[in-house]
Design a protein. Structure first.
Length: 200
């Protein structure tokens, strides 16, 4: 039986960006099914002890930058350390991903989420801007107007709230976060263990 991965992420997270293509490749290699959960990590942090970047201590902020440089060099992935539009307003992009998921288009939902992450962290795009988001959606080969319309439906915003509550109930506290058969994995630096779990 194929393994299933619950995949929680923020569309503002550089760590989710660094994980994105590698996680796709691992899941594909092991024939794993993925359910994507784009959630509001501001709400998650509020109940799990996390802090948004500006509220973290100078030491933690400096170490974060050092780690981003290390991983960028280690992986050979294009990454802007301080993108012009970070943090972007991720609500509409997340809702568009959710709308695709709710339509049963999980592959498209994941593709769009990863394109938004790349837009923010590698391409200096304002992913919270409507026109820019439409370009990203079209670049995924999707009908931008239809996806935006679906993402703006009130019930989709309610879904994001429900997804966030679900993430909190599942003890999710950071992004990216992977849950496989009840076992939790936090961070792009845990992908080796994600792969071991899927291969078991």
């Amino acid at each position: 039986m194929a393994k299933h991965v619950d995949y929680y992420l923020s569309l503002n997270s550089p760590w989710a960006y660094l994980a994105s293509k590698r996680f796709e490749a691992i899941a594909r290699k092991h024939g794993a099914d993925i359910t994507i959960w784009p959630v509001d990590f501001g709400s998650v942090f509020a109940v799990s002890g996390g802090l948004p970047l500006p509220k973290r201590s100078p030491q933690r902020q400096a170490y974060r930058m050092m780690e981003l440089k290390r991983w960028r060099e280690h992986l050979g992935i294009k990454l802007t350390l301080e993108p012009k539009f970070f943090p972007a307003n991720e609500a509409l992009a997340s809702n568009c991903v959710i709308a695709l998921r709710e339509q049963g288009r999980m592959v498209d939902a994941i593709k769009l989420a990863h394109a938004v992450l790349a837009g923010l962290w590698a391409e200096e795009k304002n992913t919270g801007d409507l026109a820019t988001l439409k370009e990203i959606i079209a670049g995924c080969g999707l009908d931008a107007d239809a996806v935006i319309e679906a993402g703006q439906a009130p019930e989709i915003a309610a879904k994001r709230e429900a997804y966030t509550k679900h993430a909190i109930e599942q003890s999710v506290f950071g992004a990216p976060f992977f849950v496989i058969d009840g076992e939790r994995f936090w961070g792009q630096d845990r992908l080796e263990f994600v792969e071991r779990k899927l291969a078991a």
